[in-house]
Design a protein. Structure first.
Lengths: 840, 125
């Protein structure tokens, strides 16, 4: 198709008709929920996270009301414990992180000029997982069964079943489930940013929001898995009495704190960076100029991401670690102020250099920066260990973290809400109500949290349900409570503003006169995402490229049609966004929802110790996942290539490192390997904590023979899979199948050999942390041998079923990626449990 | 771009080269932490003038400096006119190089910060 063809209005109308039909959402009371278009899933995601935020906010209001006057008895201590635990946990896991994922799922395809993200069904799966897990965790408070050990759940309070009830299990298992959905979102967002940019959008032209999201999604891969590892150890202790955190039997509660905060500190930046990323989009719009210092923002995002992993011990300054260790983390905590400050100065400089249009979103942005800077400054204070020893566990820290999170996450999200509402609904929110709400929030936040600095320094500890009048803290606490109610009233005004929106008239297209790609969205929303995928030549194409909007609308760029009746988007190269292929996207399906329900069953049934039912649910999850993959991925296209306009022909099938599926596997395995490293860290952590580890009496298990055999089997299975990939590519299909079959048998044998070591030596995991951690590592490696066998069997079945051939070998290449990581897991596991005891 | 360009034009620049300086910081930081934690836990003390640590720190600073210097040279490659924000290979290279240079600066400071505790604190209490 040439440029010339698009001059014909009849052709354009026919194209639009086809696109509309292909992207039509499913209808019907039930079927509409099987949709997986990012427009809809993103909106559900946002609304659900917003609902959880309101719920967690109400919990905070009850707490503040309880604390308004000394010796109050509105709620008892047990309820109060549940309130603060659930407030923190929900705001973090059910609001802040999912909200960033939700906003990204809506915005990213628009920002990248893509029809959708590469794995729409994965987004839907993530959403349903989030909803089920969120309702499970949040609803527990109505049954007086909410977690009550603080949002960081420190053992031994939380691991001893006589001290904390079901709530601890609900926290661990419910939130582990949500962590799965976060990792799924990370996969989607990373592959989306790296592979689904429009042609011409090289790395230096990428919208800064996409840069931030890329960085944050990578952070999730390294931050969440250590918590998953911690969750595994934690539940092993609670459900099976394996003493990882029980000091009487060689465990150590500090191990939990390490694993939790290796997650917990990067988490702060995981929720801060995407919110500040919204500023990088709206500040240039209202400054009416390009953002100054683009590479400086990249420095800030990447630099913060790295440094944030060197901060976790500053939550543990009072645990008695050597001061030299504290000092390393203190130094890194001070250093992170540099990149954080840089991005704030970039925004200020851009506003300074531009012609500012003073708008409601910008009001929220500047107000939140002011609040955030106060939180940042107290952060520099508590990063100094001796000061932290005084302020630790006091309301000073409560003040600090709320200034950071309200200024760095919540208020920027409100700025984004006012900025992007027209993009999603086609209507603007009220400037008047928005400004009224802003001042209520701004005054309310300061009135709530500033007095807490003082009450904290005067000695008010965190997590107490009341305090005596003699402490003289009544006035400050009353001020905080009044502020909290004012803040809540501000949120209510925003809710009123939102609820009035359906009655308002539609806004014009691009109402803020922005320059970035997402504002191509039309108020009369179409489900196809973008009419044609543009060629990008500037960071602000709507401002800089002549006739840009018209040419996109008239389908004069790429992929303006859907001749084959398939949902499609363009895949490009990582650095320079050269077009590589057209991929077919997942269509509405019930499979993601069913898989999420089944997986939720595993976690929820385990909470209630219904192990057989949980096992059935687990088998169902596996079966559903295989069904989903078998019917929906690596499909051999009906023709090898298709034209996308301008004389360009792109292949319809990719395999290996240029394919989105390969990246998804690689990213998932990175997360898996990080969780594994958390467990290995546990083993060596115990070694540093004991004069003799393994203890002499227990040191003969698991021996060397079985682990070495398991290692041999693992490596052989890996090599055979590699061999299968190579001979398959050379068209020796029979040979490849034989290799896969032998590899599968070796993987299965690896399960037995891996478990035989601790088993034959009669290692009792309840006796001591040493046999417990050895068993855990062996089970982990054996489970991965099982997964390897399933994947090898899957590739074999695809080949036998004619769904994989030497030209279309994505399945086999993806399985090989898994096998690289399996080999790594086997080497580290068996070297650790089999060889390390020999050298100590 | 001709194949006969200068050395720094021929070096491949990717997202992986962008994170070399902060990755060196991370390696140095992790090594410092593990070294202190293990010596305190296992030996109860660490060396008063830890030669290995000094060498490691110098090496880390040197490598960060080197990657920053390469990035500096690459960020000044002549090509398109300023403000170097076009969809061209050379502008993409200049951007990645400049970002690498900035990250090298931050990482250099980060490594210096991490070295300070060893100078000022010399025991395990």
């Amino acid at each position: 198709m040439s440029l010339h063809d698009q001059d014909d209005p009849a052709l354009r109308a026919a194209q639009e008709e086809r696109l509309r039909a292909v992207w039509a959402p499913p209808r019907g009371i039930f079927l509409r929920w099987t949709d997986c278009n990012n427009n809809r899933v993103g909106v559900w995601y946002v609304l659900t996270a917003f609902g959880f935020m309101l719920f967690a906010g109400v919990l905070a209001l009850i707490m503040r009301t309880q604390l308004a006057v000394p010796d109050n008895d509105l709620v008892g201590p047990g309820t109060f414990n549940q309130l603060f635990t659930l407030h923190g946990s929900m705001m973090m896991f059910l609001f802040a992180v999912p909200m960033f994922e939700a906003v990204s799922i809506i915005l990213l395809p628009q920002l990248l000029g893509a029809r959708d993200l590469p794995f729409p069904r994965l987004s839907a799966f993530g959403y349903w997982s989030f909803l089920i897990g969120g309702l499970f965790v949040g609803g527990s408070i109505f049954f007086n069964a909410a977690p009550d050990g603080g949002w960081f759940m420190y053992p031994p309070l939380t691991t001893r079943t006589d001290l904390s009830g079901l709530g601890a299990d609900i926290w661990m298992l419910g939130l582990s489930f949500i962590e799965v959905s976060s990792v799924a979102a990370a996969v989607e967002l990373i592959v989306g940013v790296l592979k689904c940019r429009p042609p011409g959008m090289r790395l230096n032209l990428m919208p800064l929001y996409a840069w931030y999201i890329l960085v944050v999604a990578v952070m999730i891969l390294f931050a969440f898995p250590p918590l998953i590892a911690g969750d595994i150890l934690f539940e092993m202790e609670r459900l099976l009495d394996w003493p990882f955190f029980d000091a009487r039997r060689g465990g150590d509660p500090l191990l939990w704190q390490h694993l939790f905060w290796i997650f917990g500190h990067p988490e702060v930046y995981i929720i801060f960076l995407p919110s500040i990323a919204l500023f990088a989009m709206l500040v240039p719009t209202f400054a009416n100029r390009h953002l100054l210092g683009y590479p400086w923002i990249v420095l800030a995002a990447v630099g913060t991401a790295f440094l944030s992993f060197g901060l976790w011990v500053h939550h543990m300054f009072t645990t008695g670690l050597p001061k030299i260790s504290l000092a390393f983390f203190s130094a890194a905590s001070e250093a992170v102020a540099i990149p954080t400050g840089v991005q704030i100065f970039v925004f200020i400089a851009t506003l300074w250099a531009g012609r500012v249009t003073w708008s409601t979103p910008l009001l929220y942005a500047t107000g939140s920066l002011a609040i955030f800077v106060i939180g940042g400054l107290t952060g520099v204070m508590v990063a100094v260990a001796p000061f932290d020893w005084q302020a630790h566990d006091s309301y000073f820290v409560v003040a600090h973290l709320h200034y950071v999170l309200i200024g760095g996450t919540l208020m920027p999200l409100f700025a984004g809400l006012y900025y992007y509402w027209p993009l999603v609904t086609g209507k603007k929110l009220s400037d008047r109500l928005g400004r009224v709400a802003f001042w209520m929030l701004f005054v309310g936040a300061n009135l709530t949290f500033f007095p807490m600095h003082l009450s904290g320094l005067m000695g008010m500890p965190r997590r107490v349900f009341t305090y005596p009048a003699e402490l003289g803290l009544g006035g400050l606490n009353m001020a905080s409570t009044l502020g909290a109610w004012l803040f809540a009233a501000g949120v209510a005004v925003i809710c009123v503003d939102l609820s009035l929106s359906p009655r308002r008239v539609r806004a014009v297209r691009n109402p803020w006169n922005a320059g970035t790609l997402e504002w191509l969205a039309h108020p009369e929303d179409e489900d196809w995402g973008i009419r044609s995928v543009p060629l990008i030549e500037s960071r602000y194409p709507i401002w800089d490229q002549t006739d840009f909007v018209r040419e996109v609308d008239e389908g004069r760029f790429f992929l303006p049609d859907a001749q084959e009746g398939r949902r499609e988007t363009i895949v490009t190269s990582v650095l320079d966004a050269r077009p590589l292929a057209v991929i077919r996207l997942g269509t509405p399906s019930i499979k993601p929802m069913l898989t999420a329900v089944a997986l939720g069953g595993v976690f929820i049934l385990t909470t209630y110790h219904l192990y057989w039912a949980a096992l059935v649910s687990g088998v169902a999850t596996l079966a559903l996942a295989l069904w989903w993959l078998w019917t929906g991925t690596a499909e051999i296209p009906e023709k090898p290539c298709k034209p996308i306009g301008h004389g360009l022909e792109l292949p319809l099938y990719l395999s290996g490192p240029s394919a989105p599926g390969w990246w998804a596997m690689f990213i998932t395995m990175m997360a898996d390997a990080t969780a594994f490293s958390g467990l290995v860290f546990g083993y060596f952590f115990f070694w540093t904590r004991h004069a003799d580890f393994p203890p002499v009496a227990l040191a003969d298990g698991p021996g060397m023979a079985w682990p070495m055999l398991a290692l041999f089997l693992g490596i052989a299975s890996w090599l055979l899979t590699l061999g299968a990939r190579e001979v398959h590519a050379r068209k020796h299909v029979g040979m490849a199948r034989l290799c896969l079959m032998i590899a599968l048998v070796l993987s299965l044998a690896g399960i037995g050999a891996g478990l035989a070591g601790p088993w034959t030596h009669g290692m009792d995991p309840q006796a001591h942390s040493y046999p417990a951690i050895v068993w855990t590592l062996a089970i982990w490696a054996a489970a991965h041998a099982g997964v390897a066998a399933i994947m090898q069997g899957y590739a074999l079945a695809r080949s036998l079923a004619g769904r994989m051939d030497p030209e279309h070998d994505a399945d086999l290449r993806n399985v090989t990626v898994n096998m690289h990581f399996y080999a790594l897991t086997a080497i580290v596991t068996y070297a650790t449990i089999g060889l390390f005891p020999q050298v100590t | 771009m001709s194949e006969r360009g200068k050395w720094h034009e021929r070096l491949k620049v990717t997202l992986w080269t962008l994170i070399i300086p902060p990755a060196i910081w991370a390696g140095h930081f992790l090594a410092s932490y593990l070294w202190a934690a293990i010596s305190c836990a296992k030996a109860g003390r660490f060396a008063s003038f830890p030669l290995l640590f000094v060498i490691g720190t110098m090496l880390a600073l040197l490598m960060i400096g080197l990657s920053g210097w390469i990035a500096w040279a690459q960020a000044r490659l002549p090509g398109n006119p300023p403000p170097h924000e076009d969809s061209t290979r050379i502008d993409r290279l200049r951007f990645l190089a400049k970002s690498t240079l900035l990250l090298a600066g931050l990482s250099f400071v980060g490594v210096l910060f991490a070295a300070l505790p060893v100078i000022f604190l010399r025991d395990c209490r």
